[in-house]
Ligand binder design. Structure first.
Ligand code: GLV
Ligand code: GLV
Length: 325
């Protein structure tokens, strides 16, 4: 019987697919991230055929070594896979897969939720009400900024970035600029979007800057003190990608000094921690890495991860391969 280790409980549909296949599914009994030594202990000598891991698990050569030579695949329950050492996977002949596409709409919605919330000062306004500060309607009370007809700068035109652009154009009549390592003329035509080969040019013009790049050595601290200073003073920065793409301390300073208008971010440099300075700033909205967190999407991510595992163990090519053997 093939055996699968799941590093933390996920919604049931993916697990059910694995069990239906006749596999033995062992789930970490604790509903928390396993420490590195614990993960090694759970894997060592157990000869699992596959591991379903999460973005909170750092998977490197020691983890692959602990899993042993029986293991064919580590299926990451995330679209991002910066938590996995791909070179080490290749060296050990382990397949790596991710869960793209099924979360695009949910993440794009969360991006808009953040954008609208920071522009309309929703979190501040909610706190204001709860604190009993509302004494009557006022023409100057909690004035925000319009999203409609403003300029959106998309940094990273992947599937999620493109969907955010579509909502921006179709829903809010925004002008869309994008920065990416490659140009996409079909996208430009469809959404009347404008390519900016230099990030700085996009930052100069955008009212909202939304980050959708993967975390890579080349995107770490893409937003830093210098690039933040290139943004308009009134502009907002939105991040639903990965925390280390923004130098968090530089962002705190930029907000503190009024270098940018505000920020709304779902991801942090050293999760689960965040820059403590954010706590005292009104100009930032923070959510705890929940951009893909709807019931349905988290179920679908489990099904995608399970299908990748089943394909690998039944001798087929997994649909969402990141690293080939
Ligand atoms: C979430 O952050 C993901 O990469 O799926
Ligand atoms: C990136 O997150 C993508 O799916 O394009």
């Amino acid at each position: 019987m093939k055996k699968i280790f799941v590093t933390r409980l996920i919604p049931d549909r993916g697990l059910a697919l694995l069990k239906k296949q006749g596999y033995e599914v062992v789930v970490n009994p604790e509903d928390r991230v396993l420490r590195r030594e614990e993960l090694i202990m759970f894997l060592e000598g157990k000869n699992y055929d596959a591991v379903l891991c999460l973005l909170t698990d750092k998977i490197d050569k020691d983890i692959f070594a602990a899993a042993g030579s029986q293991v064919k695949i580590f299926a990451n329950y995330a679209v991002g896979f910066d938590n996995i050492d791909l070179a080490a996977a290749r060296e050990r002949n382990v397949l790596i897969t991710n869960t793209p596409d099924v979360l695009n709409e949910t993440v794009a919605e969360h991006t808009f939720a953040l954008m609208l919330a920071i522009a309309h000062r929703i979190a501040e306004a909610d706190q204001f009400m709860r604190d009993g500060k509302y004494k009557g309607w006022g023409p100057m009370l909690l004035l925000g900024a319009d999203v409609s007809h403003s300029t959106l700068g998309i940094v990273g035109l992947g599937r999620i970035g493109a969907l955010v652009a579509k909502h921006a154009v179709k829903g809010f009549d925004m002008r869309v600029l994008y920065y990416d390592v490659k140009r996409n003329e079909d996208f430009e035509k469809e959404f009347n979007a404008e390519f900016r080969p230099n990030l700085d040019d996009l930052l100069h013009e955008a009212d909202f800057v939304s980050i959708h790049v993967p975390l890579l050595p080349s995107t770490k601290h893409l937003m830093n003190a210098d690039t933040l200073a290139k943004m308009k003073k009134t502009a907002y920065l939105i991040n639903t990608s990965r925390g280390p793409v923004i130098d968090e301390h530089a962002l705190e300073q930029a907000l503190e000094k009024g270098i940018i208008g505000g920020a709304a971010i779902d991801v942090f440099e050293n999760e689960p921690l965040m820059d403590l300075g954010f706590k005292n700033l009104d100009k930032i909205i923070v959510t705890p890495h929940i951009a893909s967190a709807t019931e349905e999407t988290r179920q679908k991510m489990g099904e995608v991860a399970a299908r990748n595992i089943i394909a690998a163990l039944e001798g087929q090519t997994p649909p969402n391969l990141v690293v080939m053997k």
